[in-house]
Design a protein around this ligand. Structure first.
Ligand SMILES: Cc1cc2nc3c(=O)[nH]c(=O)nc-3n(C[C@H](O)[C@H](O)[C@H](O)COP(=O)(O)O)c2cc1C
Length: 229
């Protein structure tokens, strides 16, 4: 399975097989997290065998089951933290999918306070990603139309439309999909096209934007475009 296939196969999974994560899967995840932390400056952490974190909160009312492991998304507090967590967290989510694991982003604040991770001075825990072997692979959900989240038309280059389709498969908080992708007429100095991505607001919408950017890049290929502000 490659990243594009993983992106298409991924759905949020909230019910997990109640067994510990195998040592080789944990090791694979830790290596991927180390590489992503080195690239991003984040301090993402894999927490294994902490089922208590998902008990006694709103999360225990039937929504999540068998969650024993999660990735805490921690990094330097600042205006870019949420979007950076979205972008690099989604890279990890796709890696996990390719490794035969399932995931669900979890933004709920009352959970985050209980996460067993280290947060140094100047850092913040943005949110977490539940991770493990799912009871199922999850399922398809409703999505907005391409024209609602982008300026794609019949005349748009195929790579742009492909990118928007992949963005629509991105997980967003409460499936809000409040983002807009715009293919501009401006060519970049190197001949690539400039694409702008913006958030239309809402809870965790900057995390969503980072996730959307990564999904778009995987399908549209960075050789075709560059991000504009
Ligand atoms: C930033 C963010 C926060 C989320 N928080 C929660 C949460 O607290 N509880 C939950 O059950 N799902 C949560 N989700 C999962 C979304 O509900 C899910 O991604 C969305 O409904 C789309 O479904 P899909 O992931 O299967 O494509 C969150 C997703 C994102 C991106």
């Amino acid at each position: 399975m490659n990243e594009l296939e993983a992106l298409r196969a991924r759905h949020s999974v909230r019910r997990y097989v109640d067994e510990p994560l195998s040592a080789d899967k944990a090791q694979l995840l830790r290596a991927a997290i180390d590489a992503l932390n080195a690239e991003s400056g984040l301090s993402m952490q894999l927490v294994v065998e902490d089922p208590a974190a998902f008990k006694g909160s709103l999360l225990s009312y039937g929504m999540f089951k068998g969650v024993r492991n999660y990735v805490a998304l921690v990094g330097p507090d600042g205006p870019d933290l949420d979007e950076t967590c979205g972008y690099f967290g989604q890279r990890l989510v796709l890696f996990a999918q390719m490794a035969g694991l399932n995931t669900c982003w979890v933004g709920m604040k009352n959970f985050s306070r209980k996460a067993k991770c280290s947060i140094e001075a100047g850092q913040r825990l943005a949110l977490i990603i539940a991770i493990g072997v799912g009871e199922t692979q999850g399922r398809e959900r409703k999505s907005k139309a391409i024209g609602k989240v982008s300026n794609a038309t019949d005349k748009s280059p195929a790579w742009f439309t492909r990118g928007v389709e992949a963005a629509l498969l991105a997980p967003t908080a409460m499936n809000q999909q409040r983002f807009f992708l715009e293919l501009t007429d401006v060519p970049a100095a190197d001949g690539r096209r400039v694409v702008r991505a913006r958030s239309l607001g809402g809870p965790f919408s900057n995390v969503d934007l980072g996730i959307v950017r990564y999904n778009f890049e995987v399908a549209a290929s960075i050789k075709n475009f560059t991000w504009g502000s």
